[in-house]
Unconditional design. Structure first.
Lengths: 510, 210
């Protein structure tokens, strides 16, 4: 019997990732390289963990936020300029310094106990590649993204385990063909109107007294219609009988039996809706829809999440993404959510640094930190209800926000209003009670702007001591900070996900 | 040993359990138990494509005699093709989504149902309100609850022809007629029976895939 396409694809995937022996439990017996059993462990207490990725589109430079070089210390070198530097403030009672601006200072004051700021070394200066590598750990585990792994570990009972509001490389799905499609990202482009996609009939017809305009009659009609379609039409149709082996057709039918009823049963169409009835502009009541009871509180925090045009586009997409992220976690809909800073121009975000580095970095760090801080505050007071139905801490107690900074920027101020290109050396910010927070790992060198690495056990920095002003470390220098594999492996470990060959940074885990 | 391993797979073992990974299981094929002994031969190369939002709009527009912007507007304002662009196979340049997703997302089926329900309802309202001559729902007394078999067959045939470009089989007509008593028991009229039939046909895989 010829191998059909689905089996062929599966076999190719398994062979490519060296997991074939593991899949059949043969691994070591075959003595084949790279074959080991895949383990995705749940957290010990069985409770879910939540991952929120803040995609810093365009390259968020850590020396322009939480690892700044003070102006008085910055080297000045002929032909290169001055190392990028700032007025720096040390926040009392914390181990952190930052550029002297309100947003970074406030962020430290509110969240220092859960913050880990560390030096990192990206492996690409291509936007999409670098973005993708910071969400998949540079193929750290079978090509799956961190969000897919967390969804797989913690989102089995959730209707939308993995939601992605990102773009570019942050929105790229993993490459593991064996992953259950349920854990692939559900792409959301408009957080305002996305809830309308989570129900097949509610809110479609203006409410009335007769026939399908009566919501109860419509509900029963849709149940009967679906049963008729799925059990009768699909069985009798010559087309369906001919193409019964189509994978794409079967994917749709699987969703109809599984996730679609779950989405509707949870009433996510209203639980995820944070925009109130706006009369003629958005006549929710006329269509039998109501908004989440927390809508007013959410809009108090994220004022610019409201729509402003007839396409329902939010005034500020980042605010809207954060609002939806909160509701997804609050309503037990998702285990992993990805946001991406769209930027003030809706496109370049941090990459506006090419034109004006200082302004771009300040603007977009402030935006992302402010949105993340508000989201953390909401999660910090939102109770987590465990499987037994009792309140067990807050949602924030088991969440993590990762600022996927993509890559760094050039380290030198060359002239007034200077722009910068891309750079592999940078840092990353992770905030979570699941980490050994309150740590800065690595430090910026005032002679080059490079952020150094650190001892993985103790956290002690590994500075470039013998290098003078203007001398850059080689990219083979062992004192450079860790890359995607180690960092993502560590973050996943804190989230209760383990896999063979996982590398971690012990000092981050405590 | 490696030959044995490959041979085992090539022999066609169906499910490979990976720790933490559940192969997609659609369950028993609904057609399997109903195939007669002179059975339909399934295609071995079943490489179907799902109609994307533009194809869906064009086909519905033609079938239901509605302009594309009359098919579906969420809360009467927002174009469904914009709201549901990603699950309906479109792109979103503003959001850096330059290529459509492959296949169905979690919300694709629901988005399609919304579009079909809206389009069929809009056509039904126009045929009911009498402002213009009925175009699609012409064969049955829409506001009544009693439905003669031949009228039901005529209306069902019209919908099959418009949406699936073919005549229904005798079995399909019988199944469509059998839908009616339950719809009326649930509080619907002939209009709701026809609406349900329109939605069912328009969301069937025969209409959605090619």
């Amino acid at each position: 019997m010829p191998l059909d396409r689905d089996r062929r694809r599966l076999l190719q995937g398994l062979l490519a990732t060296g997991s074939l022996g593991g899949a059949l439990g043969l691994g070591g017996a075959l003595g084949l390289p790279g074959m080991g059993r895949v383990q995705v462990a749940r957290a010990e207490d069985g409770d879910p963990r939540f991952l929120i990725i803040m995609g810093c589109f365009g390259g968020a430079s850590m020396i322009d936020c939480f690892m700044p070089v003070a102006r008085r210390d910055a080297a000045v070198v002929d032909g290169r300029g001055r190392v990028i530097s700032h007025d720096v403030v040390r926040v009392d009672g914390t181990p952190f310094s930052c550029v002297d601006r309100a947003a970074p200072r406030s962020f430290i004051e509110r969240h220092h106990q859960d913050m880990v700021v560390l030096g990192t070394q990206s492996s690409s200066v291509n936007h999409f590649v670098a973005q993708a590598r910071w969400v998949n750990g540079r193929d750290v585990h079978r090509g799956r993204t961190m969000a897919e792994m967390v969804s797989l570990a913690h989102g089995a009972d959730m209707p939308l385990p993995n939601v992605n509001m990102g773009r570019g490389g942050y929105a790229v799905t993993g490459t593991d063909p064996t992953l259950d499609p349920r854990y692939r990202a559900e792409v959301v482009t408009n957080p305002v109107t996305f809830p309308l996609s989570t129900h097949g009939s509610k809110g479609v017809i203006p409410v009335g007294d007769t026939g399908a305009a009566d919501p109860e009659v419509l509900g029963r009609l849709m149940q009967r219609t679906r049963a008729f379609r799925d059990e009768e039409l699909e069985a009798l149709s010559p087309f369906s009988r001919t193409f019964v082996n189509s994978r794409r057709r079967r994917d749709l039918l699987v969703n109809r039996r599984g996730s679609d009823p779950e989405l509707e049963a949870r009433q996510l169409i209203e639980r995820l809706l944070y925009v109130p009835d706006l009369g003629e502009i958005l006549p929710l009541g006329e269509y039998g829809l109501t908004t989440n009871p927390e809508a007013e509180r959410i809009l108090d925090e994220f004022r610019r999440a409201m729509p402003y045009n007839t396409s329902g586009t939010p005034r500020d997409r980042l605010d809207a993404q954060a609002a939806l992220t909160y509701l997804l976690l609050r309503n037990g809909a998702s285990a992993a959510v990805t946001l991406t800073e769209p930027g003030t121009d809706g496109f370049l975000a941090f990459d506006q640094s090419h034109q004006d580095h200082a302004a771009a970095q300040a603007t977009h760090w402030d935006r992302t930190l402010t949105a993340a801080s508000k989201l953390i505050e909401l999660l910090s007071v939102a109770p987590y209800v465990n499987a037994e139905g009792t309140i067990d801490g807050t949602l924030w107690d088991r969440s993590m926000v990762v600022f996927a900074t993509e890559f760094g920027r050039d380290k030198w101020e060359t002239h007034d209003g200077f722009g910068t290109g891309h750079h592999l050396n940078n840092g990353l910010l992770a905030i979570s009670p699941l980490l050994a927070g309150g740590q800065q790992l690595g430090e910026a060198d005032p002679d080059s702007g490079f952020i150094c690495g650190f001892d993985r056990e103790t956290g002690a920095p590994t500075p470039f001591t013998e290098l003078g002003p203007g001398e850059d470390p080689l990219f083979s220098d062992p004192r450079l900070p860790p890359g995607e594999e180690e960092v993502c492996g560590t973050l996943l470990a804190a989230l209760g996900v383990s896999y063979e060959g996982q590398r971690t940074i012990p000092v981050m885990l405590g | 040993m490696r030959c044995l391993l490959l041979a085992t797979l090539l022999a066609g073992c169906d499910a490979i359990e990976l720790s933490g990974v559940t192969p997609v299981d659609v369950g028993p094929d609904p057609a399997a138990d109903t195939l007669p002994s002179d059975a339909w031969t399934p295609a071995t190369r079943a490489d179907l494509r799902m109609k994307r939002w533009r194809q869906l709009s064009q086909d519905l527009s033609g079938a239901l005699k509605l302009q594309p912007d009359e098919l579906c507007r969420e809360t009467g304002n927002f174009d469904c093709n914009e709201i549901h662009v990603v699950p309906l196979g479109g792109v979103s340049i503003d959001n850096g989504l330059y290529a459509p997703i492959d296949g169905a997302s979690v919300t694709t089926g629901l988005a399609i149902e919304r579009v079909l329900l809206s389009a069929c309802w809009n056509r039904l309202q126009r045929d009911l309100n009498g402002e213009e001559s009925p175009v699609v729902f012409t064969a049955i007394p829409l506001e009544e609850t009693v439905l003669e078999d031949d009228a039901a067959d005529r209306q069902a045939t019209l919908l099959w022809q418009r949406l699936l470009a073919r005549d229904p089989s005798a079995e399909e007509l019988a199944a469509a007629r059998a839908l009616h008593p339950g719809v009326v028991a649930d509080g619907g009229r002939n209009a709701e029976w026809a609406l349900g039939l329109c939605v069912a046909l328009g969301t069937s895989s025969e209409f959605l895939f090619y």
